[in-house]
Design a protein around this ligand. Structure first.
Ligand SMILES: Nc1nc2c(ncn2[C@@H]2O[C@H](COP(=O)(O)OP(=O)(O)O)[C@@H](O)[C@H]2O)c(=O)[nH]1
Ligand SMILES: [Mg+2]
Length: 279
């Protein structure tokens, strides 16, 4: 979904705006990325090596690698020691959904970071082309929800690759009632499953559980907007300069703060100081 590109774009944006963003690669199967990596999990374990040594397929090897990382957290702590109090780090994570949905690996990693005093947020990326197809969009929303429930972190959803898609069409879908989207699927979906699909759409819609920010890598304002939203959920820099969301710019429903859905809360949260989590 453009995870490594997201890291690169954020790092370049920070370079150009007198801010530092560090990136660490946590994807043992990464083949290629263009950001300056402060550390790389492939120095500890590589998916290719594991496939060869243990005769595993790509998914099995990836899970093996992540479990190896969890068993060797000292390695990660050694890398993290290099950073200072206010440093901002994006972790470029593997995208395989089972790591977030039904395996405890990423949750354990998050717990370890939090127990060491790091503030963590998750950033979920969804490809713009998925938004334009209702069935894929709903499935993307469900996956995001699954990550939110599993990781229990302040969470920001971003639509990537907006430079390649019809932005007006995406905006229309994001503004539309979920019911409209579900109805637009009726002519293609199996009638037996229609009521289930309606119920899922209704849950997403009624509780405004998932909301997205569009990001276009060629539009600095949209990159700034995404960064600002993540800063807000992390309360990044709050010690340096108190930061309140401006009503006209920030809508608290957009932040998907765990445990605060539909409670009319004012959006306060543990936030983060050092670490943004890219999934
Ligand atoms: N045009 C465009 N291409 C993108 C964008 N993000 C990623 N890509 C392309 O999509 C492919 C996969 O991106 P990558 O960041 O490596 O995905 P990852 O596997 O999730 O880390 C690469 O060829 C990127 O150049 C984007 O925002 N716009
Ligand atoms: Mg990648």
């Amino acid at each position: 979904m453009g995870k490594s590109s997201y890291c690169k774009v954020m790092q370049e944006h920070a370079d150009a705006s007198h801010r530092s963003i560090f990136v660490g690669n946590l994807d043992p199967a990464a083949e290629y990325f263009e950001y300056r990596a402060s550390f790389d999990v492939r120095d500890l374990v590589k998916a290719d090596d594991v496939m060869e040594e243990h005769g595993l397929g790509p998914n099995g090897a990836l899970i093996y690698c992540m479990e190896h990382l969890i068993r060797n957290l000292e390695w990660l702590y050694d890398q993290l020691d290099a950073f200072g109090e206010d440093d901002y780090l994006i972790l470029d994570c593997p995208g395989q959904v089972e790591l977030y949905s039904h395996l405890p690996v990423m949750k354990r990693l998050v717990n370890a970071l939090q127990m060491s005093g790091y503030r963590v947020a998750s950033v979920y990326l969804l490809d713009a082309l998925f938004v334009l197809e209702p069935a894929k969009f709903i499935s993307g929303c469900m996956l995001s929800l699954s990550c939110m429930l599993q990781l229990e972190l302040p969470h920001v959803n971003v639509i990537t690759k907006c430079d390649m898609a019809d932005k007006a069409a995406i905006e229309r879908i994001l503004d539309a009632e979920g019911a409209w989207m579900i109805n637009s699927m009726d002519h293609v979906s199996n009638p037996k499953l229609r009521s289930l699909t309606h119920a899922i759409g209704g849950v997403i819609d009624d509780y405004m559980l998932v909301s997205f920010t569009m990001m276009d890598i060629n539009d600095e304002d949209s990159i700034n907007d995404v960064l600002g939203k993540i800063d807000y959920v992390l309360q990044y820099g709050e010690e340096l300069e108190p930061k309140e969301p401006k009503e006209e710019e920030y809508d608290e429903d957009e932040y998907n703060l765990p445990g605060q859905r539909g409670q009319g809360d004012d959006g306060d949260n543990d936030g983060t100081e050092r670490y943004a989590w890219d999934d």
